[in-house]
Ligand binder design. Structure first.
Ligand code: SF4
Ligand code: SF4
Length: 586
């Protein structure tokens, strides 16, 4: 790496020589030849570069650049003897040319002839002691010869002479690493980074040093900072992987969680959770991407009496909208509207996930934001319900949207438009156009272009309109279908490797009351796998107490904090080592 840096530095110094050279001034042809040769060297097309520079050298023997470049190009082709011959003549002809002297020594170093390289580097150092390059090259060769003390002493002098030179500072720090002097190495990297805070080689060197000192957290942070600056930094990436592999997957998860510094946030989430009350686990649909049809948990409706008792307790535990769904179709509960208005009576809005098949305009009185998962073609609806007529289904949803658009309802309507994967890009583009045509047609049929303003384009990820006469609006959210983990494909579970390391914030965030009166810790778990309190416990213990301190949920949280995935459903849901933390908890 250092060699590369030197080369680029030398180029910067060599180019003005090239521009001032009479080779370019004499004739246009000379200038063109020079440009061609330089371009071949820049592209490392060494055979071509060697031929071009050699001819230039013979035509313009008084110009050192031609000798230097010819030597370098022959060396690049592997014709080391030829390069030696040219550079040996060049050092005699041009004793005052720094980079010729450097290249001559460097050639020997590259060839592994270290004694010769050392004597040439010493000549470089003596002849050009005011330039750091001789100091650094000499110490590199001493280092390669195993003469580390001498190299270190020499670099110490160089640091005194060139305290701001990055190559000197870099070599000084690297040498300390080579000697295994980790504390001095760290302070030397710090010295370099004080001069050049974004010096990526310095940042990586410092990270390596920190790792050697056992300060692996700091090392990883440093490497992540390098990768943020240079995402393709393969050395940093390799080091980071090595550090991570040295830890258990659970430790890596714990580290990621610590880094996010979410302890206080988790406490706040327990104090003000997202409450889900599953008023029914019975669904009138059987979507092929949902486990509901598998009946992993008893299907039942919550009685109004139970709902009242639950709501009485949880309404005081949250300031957030109350969700009336987990499994099941909430609008199919015969007391749905009554239950929703009861939630409103506590000053809380309702959030609802619904398939839209039972929407009724009388629901517009409810203070709620429904998320309507809408099928946009008969074929897609058939994957969810094999008897329902598509046109009647859509008519019903269109009517709801039309009535909403002319009402003063406080609802914002969200439509979840599922995107199934297509075979190729062409099919995907056609599929997207069909979806967009559906949305435009839907809006026309619901008179939305008369009653609402379009906020953006139907081609955007979310297509939104806002109501003209009253606040709120309507949004079509386009989302790919989820497959794997908890989500079946075509009605069948997809095998996925179980995760035993991971973190998920749901047990701090989501207070779930199932339709059978048990408590769960997660809204995507339709199986009951996150259940932590039985219905009879709810009858005797306040929900707040169970949510805060039931041993099973406390254990689940603690396991996650230690990077362990305890529940089987979570092992299927998370990928190995995944840290799932929702930045915003609504
Ligand atoms: S996705 Fe919703 S509508 Fe479909 S089966 Fe599951 S619960 Fe029912
Ligand atoms: S890991 Fe998945 S199943 Fe487990 S609590 Fe989190 S979201 Fe729910």
């Amino acid at each position: 790496m250092l060699d590369a840096m030197w080369r680029s530095r030398r180029e910067r110094i060599a180019r003005p020589t090239c521009r001032n050279s009479a080779v370019s001034d004499d004739t246009e042809a000379g200038s063109a030849r020079l440009a061609e040769a330089n371009s071949a060297s820049d592209a490392q097309q060494w055979t071509r570069a060697a031929a071009l520079w050699d001819t230039l050298r013979l035509d313009f023997p008084e110009y050192p650049l031609c000798w230097l470049k010819a030597g370098e190009a022959f060396s690049g082709t592997g014709q080391v003897e030829r390069a030696e011959e040219i550079l040996a003549q060049a050092v005699v002809r041009f004793p005052g040319e720094l980079w010729i002297t450097y290249q001559y020594a460097f050639l020997a170093q590259q060839g592994g002839n270290l004694p010769t390289a050392l004597s040439r580097a010493r000549a470089l150092l003596e002849g050009f002691s005011d330039q750091p390059v001789g100091w650094v090259l000499t110490t590199e060769i001493l280092r390669d010869m195993g003469r580390l003390d001498e190299a270190d002493a020499l670099l110490g002098e160089a640091v005194e002479l060139f305290p701001n030179d990055q190559w000197v500072l870099h070599g000084h720090a690297r040498l300390a690493m080579r000697r295994g002097d980790w504390l001095p190495a760290l302070s030397r990297w710090d010295a370099l980074l004080r001069q050049l805070p974004d010096h990526s080689a310095g940042m990586v060197g410092r990270a390596e040093t920190l790792a050697q000192l056992g300060r692996t957290d700091e090392a990883e942070c440093a490497l992540e900072a390098v990768l943020a600056l240079e995402p393709a930094g393969s050395h940093a990436q390799r080091l980071l992987s090595t550090l991570m592999e040295a830890r258990s997957p659970q430790e890596n998860v714990m580290r990621q969680v610590r880094k996010r510094d979410i302890a206080a946030e988790l406490v706040e989430r327990i104090a003000n959770p997202e409450v889900f009350i599953e008023i029914t686990s019975v669904c009138n649909f059987a979507c092929t991407y949902c486990v509901s049809p598998m009946k992993l948990r008893k299907k039942q409706e919550m009685s109004l009496g139970t709902f009242r008792r639950v709501l009485e307790q949880v309404a005081g535990m949250t300031t957030k909208p109350v969700r009336l769904h987990i499994d099941g179709e909430p609008t199919s509960h015969p007391r749905f509207k009554e239950m929703a208005l009861l939630v409103n009576s506590y000053g809380l809005p309702v959030w609802l996930a619904t398939n839209g098949s039972r929407l009724d305009s009388s629901f517009l009185d409810i203070w709620m934001d429904p998320l309507i998962s809408i099928s946009t073609s008969p074929e897609e609806l058939a994957k969810r319900h094999n008897k329902l007529d598509f046109d009647r289904y859509i008519d019903r949803v269109v009517k709801y949207a039309r009535d909403w658009s002319r009402s003063q309802s406080r609802q914002h309507l969200y439509f979840y438009v599922i995107y199934y994967p297509q075979e190729n890009a062409e099919a995907d583009a056609a599929y997207k156009r069909t979806k967009e045509a559906f949305m435009v047609d839907f809006c026309r049929r619901a008179d939305l272009y008369e009653t609402c303003w379009e906020q953006n384009s139907v081609e955007d990820a979310t297509y939104s309109l806002s109501r003209k006469e009253h606040p709120r609006g309507i949004s079509f959210i386009k989302q790919p279908i989820s497959i794997g983990g908890l989500y079946p494909a075509e009605g069948k579970m997809v095998a996925r490797e179980r995760a035993d390391a991971g973190f998920c914030d749901a047990p701090w965030r989501q207070l779930v009351v199932h339709s059978d009166g048990t408590l769960g810790a997660c809204c995507v778990d339709l199986s009951g796998g996150t259940t932590y309190a039985r219905a009879d416990e709810l009858a005797t213990t306040p929900i707040r107490e169970l949510w805060q301190s039931a041993p099973q949920i406390v254990g689940m949280r603690q396991n996650f904090l230690e990077g362990r995935v305890e529940r089987e459903v979570c092992q299927r849901c998370l990928t190995q080592g995944e840290v799932r933390f929702h930045e915003v908890s609504l």
